[in-house]
Ligand binder design. Structure first.
Ligand SMILES: [Zn+2]
Length: 263
C-alpha cells in the first residue's frame, strides 16, 4: 500500500484551465473536462477518500453519518480488492444510500498520462459498468490516480463526459503520516481558506478511516463549515451534478467479475 500510494503523488503539469470561484454560478452543472481543486459554495468543505472501498470504509461511513457529514469516495474497481465482491458492493451501497457521493478513481489505479488512449478508455468504462450494475448510476466526477493529468488525459476525460477533481488540502496519509500529524497539517493549512477545502485522504488506511476522517470533520464543523459532497460544494444541481442518470441496480450475475480483460 505504501509503495503504491506514496510513489508519485506529485502533480504533473496541468495544461487545461483550472476554474476558480468566479467561473461558477449557483445551481450550475459544470462542463465536462473541468478541473477543480477547491469548493466554491460559501461555508462548505469536502472530505474526499480515494482508493477504496476497503475493510475500514464501512466504519468510516458510520462515523460520518453519525455526525451528519457527507463525503465523496473516489472508488477503484480492483485495487485492494474486487469491487464486485459482496462485502465491497455492500460498502458501496452503504455509502451511496447514505448520501455520500460516489466517483471514479479508475479501474486499477494507473497513471493515466502513461496509458494508450484505448487503455485509458477501458480504465474508465470498466468501472462505469460496475457502478451501473451495483448502483444504477454513472458518476460525472473522477479523480486521476496520483493527481496526474495532462492535456491529452483531460481531453479524453472530457470526451467521456467526466469532470476532474483534484484537491487543495493533502493529508499526506499516504506518506506515513499518523492521523494526528495529518490532522495538524490539514487544520494548519486549511485555516487560511475557510471558503472551503477539498481534503485528500485514503480510506484503505486504517488510521484515516477510524480516526482522521471523523476528527477532521468535527474540526471543520466546529468552525462552522458544512461538510458536503464535492458536487454540492461546487454549487451543482443535485443529483444531476453527481451522476449522469439514476437508474435501478441490476441483479448479480456472472458478469460481476474482476477476472479477464483489465490487469
Ligand atoms: Zn489513488
Amino acid at each position: 500500500m505504501r509503495t503504491l500510494l506514496g510513489s508519485v503523488l506529485s502533480l504533473s503539469t496541468l495544461t487545461g484551465a483550472v476554474y476558480g470561484p468566479s467561473y461558477l454560478s449557483a445551481g450550475s452543472t459544470l462542463p465536462s473536462g473541468t478541473i477543480v481543486r477547491s469548493c466554491t459554495r460559501p461555508g462548505t468543505a469536502a472530505l474526499t477518500f480515494d482508493d477504496g472501498p476497503h475493510i475500514y470504509t464501512s466504519r468510516l461511513i458510520e462515523s460520518l453519518n453519525s455526525i451528519g457529514a457527507k463525503a465523496t469516495f473516489f472508488v477503484c474497481g480492483d485495487l485492494y480488492g474486487c469491487i464486485y465482491d459482496l462485502d465491497r458492493t455492500r460498502i458501496l451501497e452503504k455509502a451511496f444510500y447514505s448520501g455520500h457521493q460516489i466517483a471514479s478513481h479508475t479501474w486499477s489505479h494507473p497513471a493515466l498520462d502513461t496509458l494508450a488512449a484505448s487503455d485509458l478508455t477501458e480504465e474508465m468504462t470498466r468501472l462505469e459498468a460496475a457502478f451501473d450494475r451495483i448502483l444504477g448510476v454513472r458518476p460525472r466526477w473522477m479523480r486521476p490516480p496520483y493527481g496526474r493529468v495532462n492535456g491529452t488525459v483531460q481531453a479524453a476525460l472530457r470526451d467521456m463526459d467526466y469532470r476532474i477533481a483534484l484537491w487543495d488540502a493533502d493529508s499526506e496519509d499516504w506518506n506515513r503520516r499518523t492521523p494526528q500529524q495529518s490532522l495538524a497539517r490539514l487544520t494548519k493549512s486549511s485555516s487560511a481558506h475557510d471558503a472551503g477545502f477539498v481534503a485528500l485522504m485514503h480510506d484503505p488506511i486504517e488510521g484515516t478511516s477510524l480516526e482522521l476522517g471523523v476528527e477532521l470533520a468535527r474540526w471543520a464543523q466546529a468552525r462552522g463549515l458544512r461538510l458536503v459532497t464535492l458536487s454540492e460544494c461546487l454549487g451543482e444541481h443535485q443529483p444531476d451534478g453527481q451522476y449522469e442518470r439514476l437508474g435501478s441496480p441490476q441483479l448479480r450475475d456472472e458478469n460481476w467479475s474482476c477476472r479477464g480483460l483489465a490487469k
